[in-house]
Design a protein around this ligand. Sequence first.
Ligand code: ADP
Ligand code: MG
Length: 370
Amino acid sequence: MNDTLLRSVLAGYDFPGEPTSVTEIKTGHINTTCRLTFREPAGTRDYLLQRINTFAFHKPEEVMENVTLVTEHLHRALVSRGMDPENRVLRVIPTREGRPLCYDTDGGAWRAYNFIAHAHSVDAVESPEQFGIVGRAFGDFQSMLSDFPIEKLHDTIPFFHDTIRRMDNFEASVARDVAGRAECAAEEIAFVRARREAMGRIVRMISDGTLPLRVTHNDTKCNNVMVDDVTGEALCVVDLDTVMAGSALYDFGDAIRFGASTAAEDERDLSKVRLDMDLFTAFTEGFVSRTARGLVRAELDNLVLGALVMTFEVGLRFLTDYLDGDVYFRIESPDHNLARAKCQFKLLSDMESHRAEMEAVVHDIVEKHL
Ligand SMILES: Nc1ncnc2c1ncn2[C@@H]1O[C@H](COP(=O)(O)OP(=O)(O)O)[C@@H](O)[C@H]1O
Ligand SMILES: [Mg+2]
């Protein structure tokens, strides 16, 4: 953390009291995050200060407009449910000029939030119970935002989950074959092509109005849920940079893809890559218990499709980047992106062969909560 830069940011805010410490939080991978502690007459108060990664987010002003609208809506929803919003929702702390962003002397964009106190996030779930709590947190998030005026959100990453467009881009990459790798990826290319029709269904159901647009978080990993240090219950969903209009199936599906897999995203021993049914069941129970009455039938009926499509889409992105010569994802070996694609496709194959079982689990849970 550069001291001069930090001082230039702090000067932009009107935090009450004296700053006593700045500690960097290293669990995230996208933004630079630190905890600021101030001494006030009544004790100490913490804030979260973050530099937005403008490589990932080209329009930080639009990101912050989305975050402000969504957090204000969540705040109102918590109050109307009789809950104290203080430690349960992010609140954007304005700069001295009343703005949500503060630019440092290098042009970096920073924002400040209330610090979610007496809480932590976990990088990997340790038990189905813990994953169930994460499911409830993202379910509550979805449900509290069910009456959000969706047209107000900026599309900060256009076509993010447009699976059909991603398949078209993929075909263009196969045709160009700039890195001369199409031959090494023949099996994976065939795997994608065989699923072209099936994996475009969510996009088509949004276009024809079968699926409604919802506020989607778009990064439903367990380390974006703050849980109470003492009770272990979820307090607050964080990391709202990717909130956009999308389908509830994306958030459900991506949480399953990432959190219910038995292996890391780039595991090379494919025999280790499977869907953990206990984790799947626990997350589904948590998520559906909070959303069953708010989602429409077409959403509840297609949750499993959400998990399949998100797994396909991420695999497709890795494969496309491999064919393009590794221009997007950071790699640690020349075939890293191909290994990642194989891993996602193995997970997808496992979901496909257990699809009936997954559908039955969802069906029973939905019926229980309707
Ligand atoms: N307002 C907050 N209060 C306390 N801790 C937070 C807050 N926001 C984020 N964190 C912690 O910092 C980590 C990184 O922040 P996050 O916004 O998720 O950044 P990234 O986009 O880099 O993942 C989170 O996983 C969480 O543990
Ligand atoms: Mg995060």
